[in-house]
Design a binder for this molecule. Structure first.
Ligand code: GUN
Length: 296
């Protein structure tokens, strides 16, 4: 691992900007001979966080030259109608990437929706075929948040080889795919995945050289749960009430940043950390999808 002063920031803004610049350059070259990559997003309902994510993705896409549209439906959309939309996008040759924003309303089975997305257009990497390839070690589309995390580590010169790695959170979107990526032969971390039923969570987190928090509970990990010199990655984006902020809330991670930073070697901030990387890696996956279609 490269040396760092205690509490060195892993700057998601800077790394995400570098990724966007790289994708933009690739797209400039690509569009000399092809149409621009096209990403279609599907949003159901009015979850404010989901709307904000989709807006952010549209802005990023525009910056690098990816064309987008968003299919926005009311929350009472039927599952069958959503599946029809997805099938339509699968069959539309002008669409390279399909992204169905999660979470979906309770009456819709997200697995049925994800299973319906053409794996070659599945820029989220959530389809079982893509998760299977990831688990086997030859990924096609890597889910954007785990992809963003390993990219941050790579770009900071942090090699997870042999590190005792503890991931708190076992979601299909972050915890499970990240555990797979980090344990593969090219990264060689020793990975423990903790969750809400883990006995004595702090005993695990305290021995982590690399600690990843992805649970969605504001500032749940304090300094007493972190080993001296740990690399700390915060995936949480939680809204907490804050009357002094004009929006009435502020964003905090799952890590108590102020407390944990001095103990860490490297740490990601919230905002300005993993969230921006998630958005940037989606752009990379969309470029991959465009290449796949052109050669299909
Ligand atoms: N909801 C939270 N993160 C994600 C993501 O990466 N992709 C999609 N589609 N929905 C999400």
């Amino acid at each position: 691992m490269s040396d760092s002063k205690p509490g060195t920031l892993i700057d998601g803004r800077e790394i995400a900007q570098a990724i966007r610049d790289e994708v933009k350059a690739q797209i400039e070259e690509w569009t000399e001979a092809h149409r621009p990559p096209f990403l279609s997003a599907v949003l159901v309902g009015d979850n404010p966080a989901s709307k904000a994510y989709v807006r952010g993705k549209e802005q990023d896409a525009a910056e690098v030259g990816i064309e987008t549209n968003t299919h926005h439906y009311d929350s009472d959309l039927s599952e069958e109608a959503l599946l029809d939309t997805v099938r339509g996008l699968n069959g539309d040759p002008s669409v390279d990437g399909i992204l169905v924003q999660l979470p979906l309303p309770d009456h819709i089975d997200d697995r049925a929706v994800i299973d319906t997305i053409d794996p070659k257009k599945d820029v989220d990497g959530f389809h079982p075929a893509n998760l299977g390839r990831l688990m086997r070690g030859n990924p096609s589309f890597v889910p954007a948040t785990p992809y963003g995390i390993v990219t941050m580590l790579d770009r900071c010169g942090i090699d997870p080889k042999g590190m005792d790695t503890v991931i708190v959170g076992r979601s299909n979107i972050v915890g499970k795919p990240l555990a797979n990526l980090l344990m593969q032969r090219d990264r060689n971390a020793t990975v423990t995945v903790c969750h809400s039923r883990t006995k004595d969570l702090a005993a695990h987190t305290r021995r982590a050289d690399l600690l990843v928090a992805a649970v969605g509970q504001a500032e749940m990990i304090g300094a007493d749960m972190v080993k001296n010199g740990a690399v700390v990655i915060d995936v949480g984006i939680n809204r907490v009430d804050d009357a002094s902020n004009e929006r009435g809330y502020r964003l905090v991670g799952d890590i108590d940043f102020e407390e944990v930073r001095p103990k860490s070697s490297w740490i990601t901030p919230v905002p300005g950390g993993v969230g921006l990387m998630t958005r940037a890696m989606l752009l990379k996956n969309t470029m991959t999808a465009a290449r796949l279609h052109a050669t299909a």
